[in-house]
Design a binder for this molecule. Structure first.
Ligand SMILES: CC(C)(COP(=O)(O)OP(=O)(O)OC[C@H]1O[C@@H](n2cnc3c(N)ncnc32)[C@H](O)[C@@H]1OP(=O)(O)O)[C@@H](O)C(=O)NCCC(=O)NCCS
Length: 169
């Protein structure tokens, strides 16, 4: 299976914030953003694996900045690391200033997807080659995040989380 670059999975989704998608103070509802990110990330994971992909976990979401009604929101998703059947997808969320067109970073999120076959069994994915400095940074930290996610899900013993333990040594 040929390794792929992060760039090959790059997925950009741009959409508006409409009234039905906001909370009572006219900002984008958090769950709506989570769903939009899930869609963008699943496309990135599919582009990397060329397989059916399912969301395995939402590892991190930071709602740093609210997204007002009428905003133009852009989600950029890229696979940051591929393991055996799972892929970490890193997303950056931007809001476009109406007058200047300048893009302001609003949020970040990290989801994990698993490639599966027609019966839902995990299946192998290609390795990921990080190219830019940021991609290399995200690639390096992904194993630690995978271990944390597995420990929290009760699927890994804390003692086996070598990368995570190394943080505290
Ligand atoms: C995700 C799923 C396929 C994993 O199946 P599983 O039987 O646990 O399979 P495995 O234990 O072999 O794990 C498969 C991979 O998922 C990873 N994984 C499983 N749970 C994880 C979690 N909580 N966080 C991070 N990675 C996880 C494993 O580390 C493994 O990765 P690797 O092959 O790259 O090393 C299965 O749990 C599933 O189908 N879940 C439902 C998915 C879904 O419907 N999502 C939409 C929710 S509405």
């Amino acid at each position: 299976m040929e390794a792929k670059t992060a760039f090959q999975s790059k997925t950009i989704v741009t959409d508006l914030v409409l009234p039905s998608e906001t909370n009572p103070i006219n900002n984008l509802f958090g769950g709506e953003l989570l769903a939009r990110m899930d869609r963008a990330a699943s496309i990135a994971a599919r582009r990397h694996s060329r397989r059916i992909v399912v969301t395995a976990s939402v590892n991190h979401v930071a709602f740093n900045r609210s997204v007002p009604l009428g905003s133009v929101v852009t989600i950029e998703a890229k696979v940051s690391r591929a393991f055996t059947s799972s892929m970490e997808v890193y997303m950056d969320v931007w809001i476009e200033d109406r007058e200047s067109g300048e893009c302001i970073k609003a949020n970040e999120a990290i989801y994990t997807f698993v490639a599966v076959n027609e019966t839902g069994r995990p299946t192998k994915v290609p390795e990921l080659i990080p190219e830019t400095e940021l991609e290399k940074e995200r690639f390096k930290a992904a194993l630690r995040r995978k271990q944390l996610s597995l420990v929290l899900a009760g699927k890994m013993k804390p003692d086996d989380a070598s990368e995570l333990k190394a943080l505290f040594e």
